[in-house]
Design a protein around this ligand. Structure first.
Ligand code: FMN
Length: 334
């Protein structure tokens, strides 16, 4: 019998990258690093998740010393970080994966007292942008195929964009154009440093994490999608509204999909059927999966075969154990 090809398992050309399927690893901070260095157990973890021609996005990775938030997160601001990431990236490449590094600054969420965007002095902004540029260069030096700017979930970039937390009165606050200025200046620097075909961006206009929400999320999302077109970045990655607490279920990413001209990725609450529908209807080019990948490192294969999925155990999402809940979920036995 001929093998049935499901939409999620069709090939896709993402800029210079040939993907053999559309099932992307969503960025997942698993809090198993030490001193902001990825550890050897991360090599096995990412390698388990890699499939030939599959796209992986790394855990949120701090861009600077003052961007530390969780004690067991990873970083990429020094040459030591570059060296620590190299074997992880190599392991993904050895299995034919394509690996983007998610660049992250937690902003007001940082333990080190980096304040809300309203309190960041205008003269500090160029330093923050330089930190993103440096981190992007380091990611490429570590072997990553590209970077994803973390512009979601109430962290620094999102804090500038959302009007609930940005109370600035300078050119980085107030109207939409001003609130998006920081994100786009970061983008400009990173694109200049490593090239647009290696840069994606994650956005969650509908989210209200860390109390960062917007009075007009649709306008924000569309504005950003259009602004990102000018940089010609390789993908935009939008998080769905429907699984955010307290947000209406009917909010749609379609206007952003229509506005953005390159690869459009969605994430948030997808299963096999919903993912297939998103691809076949043209709603998205790629679907990123988070929790299902945690418990099913061979997720694309399971989707292809319509095999049952292992249930995930939330209690070990963020625990430090290098094996339990990290690399001990069973693979399909065939
Ligand atoms: C354990 C865990 C860690 C996460 N870490 C990150 C992160 O580092 N960066 C990010 O943008 N989103 C992060 N997320 C959100 C996921 O990328 C994804 O958007 C979310 O899990 C919804 O997708 P899902 O329904 O497929 O799990 C995390 C989610 C989980 C469960």
């Amino acid at each position: 019998m001929a093998k049935q090809i499901i939409p999620l398992m069709t090939r896709y050309q993402m800029g210079p990258f040939t993907l053999s399927h559309r099932v992307v690893l969503a960025p997942l901070g698993r809090q198993r690093s030490y001193d902001y260095m990825p550890q050897p157990h991360a090599i096995l973890y990412y390698s388990q998740i890699t499939s030939p021609g599959g796209l992986l996005i790394s855990e949120a990775t701090a861009i600077s010393e003052n961007g530390k938030a969780y004690t067991r997160a990873s970083g990429i601001w020094t040459k030591e970080h570059v060296e620590a990431w190299k074997p992880v990236v190599s392991a993904v490449h050895d299995k034919g994966g394509i690996f983007f590094c998610q660049l992250w600054h937690p902003g007001r969420f940082s333990h080190f007292g980096v304040p809300v965007p309203s309190a960041i002095k205008t003269e500090e902004i160029p330093h923050l942008i330089a930190d993103y540029r440096n981190a992007a260069r380091n990611a490429i030096d570590a072997g990553f195929d590209g970077v994803e700017i973390h512009g979601a979930h109430g962290f620094l970039v999102d804090q500038f964009m959302k009007d609930s937390v940005n109370h600035r009165t300078d050119r980085y606050g107030g109207n939409l154009e001003n609130r998006c200025r920081f994100a786009l200046e970061v983008m400009e620097a990173v694109v200049d440093e490593i090239g647009a075909e290696r840069v994606g961006m994650r956005l969650s206009p509908f989210s209200n994490f860390l109390d960062a929400y917007d009075s007009n999320p649709e306008a924000l999302g569309v504005y950003m999608a259009e602004a990102l077109n000018k940089f010609n970045i390789v993908y935009a990655h939008f998080v769905e509204a429907r699984h955010e607490k307290g947000v209406a279920m009917d909010r749609s990413l379609l206007p952003m999909r229509k506005a953005f001209k390159n690869t459009f990725m969605v994430a948030g609450g997808y299963d096999r059927d919903e993912g297939n529908k998103a691809i076949s209807s043209g709603k998205a080019d790629l679907v990123a999966y988070g929790r299902f990948f945690i418990s099913n490192p061979d997720l694309p294969k399971r989707f292809q075969l319509n095999a049952p999925l292992n249930a995930y155990d939330r209690s070990t999402f963020y625990t430090p154990d290098p094996v339990v809940g990290y690399t001990d979920y069973p693979f399909l036995e065939l």
